[in-house]
Unconditional design. Structure first.
Length: 137
């Protein structure tokens, strides 16, 4: 009888961990969408102009900080979530975060510009779709 009770308790504990993980992953995705939106706002405020981006350290710093946050958040997603959404380049986000945070190499402004112009809109769309699907379930 004790074995059955222990087994049931373990299953319930695993289910609870799974549920908490799913809720946490969705919360993280919401925050990633928010940081993407902040990058869009920075582009609106400073302009969608590469020369302004190159010459304005406040613009560069604002965008870099949000990219750092996106990478940090991606690093906290569950392994299962990242595997389920393997079309999203989680590893690249985390790697960019490490470069911004630790300066493993000089952060190249052209790489950051390409990221905010090409990758961030795609990421925003993908994460927004995930939220839309999850909220309709």
């Amino acid at each position: 009888m004790k074995c059955i009770a222990a087994s049931k308790k373990k299953r319930e504990g695993n289910l609870l961990k799974f549920m908490v993980s799913k809720v946490r992953d969705i919360s993280i995705i919401e925050h990633i969408v928010e940081h993407c939106s902040r990058i869009f706002i920075a582009k609106e405020m400073f302009g969608d102009d590469y020369s302004v981006f190159l010459s304005n350290s406040v613009y560069f710093d604002a965008v870099s900080m949000n990219l750092l946050q996106i990478g940090e958040l991606a690093n906290h997603l569950s392994k299962e979530f990242k595997e389920k959404h393997s079309d999203i380049p989680w590893r690249n986000m985390i790697s960019l975060r490490n470069i911004v945070a630790h300066g493993y190499e000089i952060l190249k402004k052209d790489r950051v510009w390409n990221t905010i112009c090409e990758d961030v809109p795609t990421l925003h769309k993908q994460c927004s779709e995930i939220l839309k699907i999850r909220r309709n379930i």
